[in-house]
Unconditional design. Structure first.
Length: 224
């Protein structure tokens, strides 16, 4: 069974590599080049899923004949900037999908901006949400637990490990879950009225643990 990924409403699907300028345009809500709006794909989000959905597939239009061939197996990592989120990070190679998702949790709704890189059965997700309520801000552990329930529901995944992590001077939590076939590593941080999330989904037999850790450790603030 495959655990389908992050973060499903209208998705802008980016085929191939983005330049830094294109990534900044995406983060600022402007359409970068080579983005195909696909509102009817019904791709479930990382937070909305947590269960297998074999019929979820990515669909892309073929590029015009004048466009050079796209190298989907390129090994280049890309620097991504979430300007409004005030953070940057390095994204592993893969097909990029940008999304805006409202996630209902036991602690209230969260309005996330997300970016996902998909490379076959490996997915890497970065997200942030702003405008948190006073209740959400005052009880970060309750908020983290509520998000955890959306990422990896107990009926499908088992919590294997939980540990504290930091982002600058701010505390966060990392959760590792496993199903019969997949592993989910999920980090979240609360910074003022913003919440950040970084997630990796990979097969249990994955040999890309170094890539997963590099991605999870790459998040940093733009302004000190």
């Amino acid at each position: 069974m495959k655990y389908t990924l992050l973060l499903a409403t209208a998705i802008a699907t980016v085929v191939g590599g983005l330049t830094l300028g294109q990534c900044q345009a995406t983060a600022q809500g402007r359409e970068p080049l080579m983005v195909a709006q696909s509102p009817n794909q019904n791709l479930r989000s990382f937070f909305e899923t947590g269960r297998p959905q074999s019929q979820d597939t990515l669909r892309f239009q073929s590029p015009p004949s004048s466009v050079p061939p796209i190298r989907t197996n390129a090994n280049n990592w890309q620097l991504i900037v979430f300007s409004q989120g005030n953070v940057s990070f390095w994204m592993p190679p893969g097909i990029l999908a940008q999304d805006s998702v409202v996630i209902g949790t036991a602690e209230g709704d969260l309005n996330f901006q997300t970016l996902t890189s998909t490379d076959n059965d490996h997915r890497y997700v970065a997200a942030y949400a702003t405008g948190l309520t006073e209740q959400q801000i005052n009880d970060p552990m309750a908020l983290f637990t509520a998000m955890q329930a959306r990422v990896a529901p107990a009926e499908t995944f088992s919590l294997m490990n939980e540990r504290p992590v930091t982002l600058g001077d701010y505390q966060g939590s990392e959760f590792t879950f496993e199903s019969d076939t997949e592993r989910v590593i999920f980090r979240t941080y609360l910074v003022g009225d913003k919440i950040y999330a970084m997630g990796v989904i990979q097969p249990l037999n994955s040999t890309r643990d170094n890539a997963a850790r590099t991605f999870l450790n790459a998040l940093q603030f733009i302004d000190s």
